[in-house]
Design a protein around this ligand. Structure first.
Ligand code: PEP
Ligand code: MN
Length: 338
């Protein structure tokens, strides 16, 4: 960390900062410029340094961190990209992983019909919410345990692995008995007790970006899971809230290469929540694959007009098949396969 002194700081101010550093057992390097003095702290574990304790000292203008605030999620932690293996399918490998299925598990027939169709046309993972984080308490809240049973039956019949959301610490044990991957939704990205508990769970975690979350906040949330020992975490760009109103959210394609540079964790794109409109899902999925996403999550419903949640952003089975064809061509153009 570097401490930047104010132009008006005097020798006493600098001496006080130096003493503060030495009292903590670190050494320092003072650099006196024309206009101001800069003090480098040497030998400190930056993650444990409290910048506030420096910034309150007289004469200090600001502190600057040299390292990223995330450790285990960082590229410095390992140069090798994390590849997550789930029942023989890889996430983060050469192939772009495909997660597809309805927003919510609604009926046994609905999830089975969708599962057969998406398995046939290129998905490896079946998504479907059994516990739904709805903005209104009066909206469909999901089938709960029964929905997990339907997902498990769909896995047995199609060979797809399943991913479903877990909303609270109390539900982890139940959901873990069924799912192959835990999904953490945008509304829970900063639910730290949930993240810590998932860090001690045995299944991979699919962590969505918060509703208006920065990429650093997303990486710090991943850090909560990783620091408890669960290293199988993937990150998901699902759009963020901006001032734009023509789309539900603003899909941030920047996030894909930015995260790929900052972290070794796989990065998945969710263009359905990122746009809120089914006819935007195809072009934005293509842009995500072109930008280097390790996977796409697509909402698919046999009859979107009848969907109990997110019908407007769901693809029909036919449109999903068409999307998979298009994505094959885009993936090939960037030396990937799907
Ligand atoms: C979902 O995947 O259906 C969902 C609720 O997503 P998000 O948490 O990104 O809103
Ligand atoms: Mn949804």
């Amino acid at each position: 960390m570097i401490v930047v002194m104010k132009q008006t700081a005097d020798a006493d101010d600098t001496a006080r900062v130096a003493q503060h550093i030495e009292e903590r057992g670190f050494s320092l390097h003072i650099s006196k410029g024309e206009a101001r003095t800069i003090i480098g702290i040497i030998g400190a574990n930056e993650h444990e340094l409290d910048s506030d304790s420096f910034e309150v000292l007289p004469g200090v203008e600001k502190t600057m961190r040299i390292m990223q605030p995330f450790k285990a999620a960082s590229r410095d932690f390992t140069q090798k990209k994390t590849v997550i293996n789930v029942n023989g399918s890889q996430i983060g490998g050469d192939r772009v992983a495909v997660f597809a299925g309805p927003c919510s598990v609604e009926t046994r027939e609905q999830i089975l019909e969708t599962a057969y169709a998406v398995a046939d046309t290129g998905a490896q993972f079946l998504r479907g919410g059994a516990f739904k984080p709805r903005s209104s308490p009066y909206s469909f809240q999901g089938l709960g345990h029964e929905g997990l049973e339907h997902l498990a039956e769909a896995r047995e019949k199609t060979g797809l692995s399943i991913i479903t959301e877990v909303m609270s610490v109390e539900d982890i044990e139940l959901v873990e008995q069924y799912t192959d991957i835990f999904q953490v939704g945008a509304r829970n990205t900063q639910n730290y007790p949930l993240l810590k508990a998932l860090g001690r769970a045995s299944k991979p975690v699919f962590l969505k970006r918060g509703l208006a979350g920065t990429l650093e906040e997303l990486l710090m949330s991943a850090e909560y899971i990783l620091s408890e020992g669960n290293m199988n975490v993937m990150l998901c760009e699902r759009g963020i809230r901006t001032f734009e109103t023509y789309t539900r959210n603003t899909f941030d394609v920047n996030a894909i290469p930015v995260l790929q540079n900052l972290t070794h964790l796989p990065v998945i794109a969710d263009p359905a929540h990122g746009t809120g409109k089914w006819d935007l899902v195809n072009p934005i999925s293509k842009s995500a694959v072109a930008a280097g996403a390790d996977g796409v999550m697509i909402e698919v419903h046999p009859n979107p007009a009848q969907a109990k949640s997110d019908g407007a952003q769901s693809l029909t089975l036919k449109n999903f098949a068409a999307l998979m064809k298009d994505l094959k061509r885009v993936a090939a153009a960037v030396d990937r396969s799907i």
